[in-house]
Ligand binder design. Structure first.
Ligand code: NAI
Length: 333
């Protein structure tokens, strides 16, 4: 059986890491039919659209995409394509498991926590305007519907995976209405899951707690901006952005991508670590019903990380992106 998957190469290090991951996925013996369509500035050159119709149609057909990071201009230019895709396909849950890789030394071993980030609203609504010169208003949208849906996702995940705790992360002491609503929705859903311990932490304290004692957390649910920031903090706990995967999940569609961005500082130099996107592709393989292939790659990752001589620079090695991919492929076979 062949799996039809939309492939969005992205830009910056995107093309390098997607190429590496595609080669590794194909080495498992599975057959893929990749529908490759670009998005962002590169797509604009070809289609005069940042999210081309061809991409929308492809995802509507395949329901699953593997995506490289896409650059968003800072302080002007077009709106984030990443955020737009999540909204367009109602990928309301951004699922980000944070685990150590064996053999990567970090301050805390055996971290195993899950960030569930609401993916469609908060300050990422993109509703900003200049009220008068020198005064800008940026709207934070929090709805009962989206907050309830994301809380249910977190608790359902916890129940299905025998997780013990869910923390709702907020700033309801200051944003009493918006984060207050988010918290109320978490509390309501928590009542339906009495076997799971429910806790609440304010987001700034959460950052400190994560750095001091990450083991106190299990599943964490939060709105969009907090999820973005806390995910990068957690990536730092387990060895960096080159390692942490994510899945954007909705009722009908799913897009799998790394937590990191397009890393312009190392783009085009064969330096990028494809592990984060590779681990995202393992989530994708399980999603499409191929857990055995996912396990094969996971074992190969363990082997390559144990041997250490083919790791990329960000995790202390000397190998390039393609050489790392070659050694994963060799370990699969
Ligand atoms: P970034 O995640 O691209 O890079 C931050 C730091 O981590 C850099 O030093 C980079 O070299 C390093 N890094 C990231 N991924 C790595 C990898 N796979 N291997 C080795 N080192 C890696 O964040 P930054 O610089 O803030 O953003 C760059 C661009 O990416 C921006 O335009 C931003 O909007 C975009 N972005 C896109 C995302 C997406 O497509 N989902 C997510 C985050 C940012």
């Amino acid at each position: 059986m062949s799996h039809k998957i939309t492939l969005i190469p992205g830009d910056g290090i995107g093309t390098e890491v997607t190429q590496a991951v595609v080669r590794i996925l194909e080495a498992t013996g599975l057959t893929f039919e990749w529908e490759t369509v670009q998005a962002g500035a590169e797509a604009y050159e070809k289609y005069k659209e940042y999210i081309p119709k061809a991409l929308t149609e492809s995802i509507e057909r395949t329901h699953v995409a593997l995506k490289g990071p896409i650059t968003t201009p800072v302080g002007g230019g077009f709106a984030s394509i990443n955020v737009q895709l999540r909204k367009q396909f109602d990928l309301y849950a951004n699922f980000r498991p944070v685990r150590n890789l064996p053999h990567i030394p970090t301050r805390y071993p055996d971290i195993d926590l899950v960030i569930v980030r609401e993916n469609t609203e908060s300050l990422y609504s993109g509703l900003e305007h200049e009220v008068v010169p020198g005064v800008v208003e940026s709207l934070k949208i929090i709805t009962e519907k989206a907050s309830t849906r994301i809380a249910r996702f977190a608790f359902e995940y916890a129940r299905k995976n025998k997780r013990k705790k869910v923390h709702s992360i907020h700033k309801a002491n200051i944003m009493k209405l918006s984060d207050g609503l988010f918290l109320r929705c978490s509390r309501n859903i928590a009542k339906e899951y009495p076997e799971i311990t429910y806790g609440e932490h304010i987001v700034d304290n959460t950052c400190m707690q994560l750095v001091m004692n990450p083991y106190q957390y299990d599943v964490m649910v939060m709105e969009n901006l907090y999820g973005d920031i806390i995910s990068d903090l957690c990536a730092g706990l387990v060895g960096g952005l080159g390692l942490v995967p994510s899945a954007n999940l909705g009722e009908k569609y799913a897009i799998f991508e790394a937590v990191h961005g397009s890393a312009p500082d190392i783009a085009g130099k064969n330096l990028a670590n494809p592990t984060a996107l590779l681990r995202s592709s393992l989530l994708m393989l399980r999603h499409i019903g191929e857990p055995d292939a996912a396990l094969k790659i996971r074992n190969a990752l363990d082997t390559v990380y144990r041997d250490r001589d083919k790791l990329t620079k960000d995790v202390g090695g000397k190998a390039g992106t393609s050489e790392f991919a070659d050694s994963i492929i060799a370990a699969i076979k």
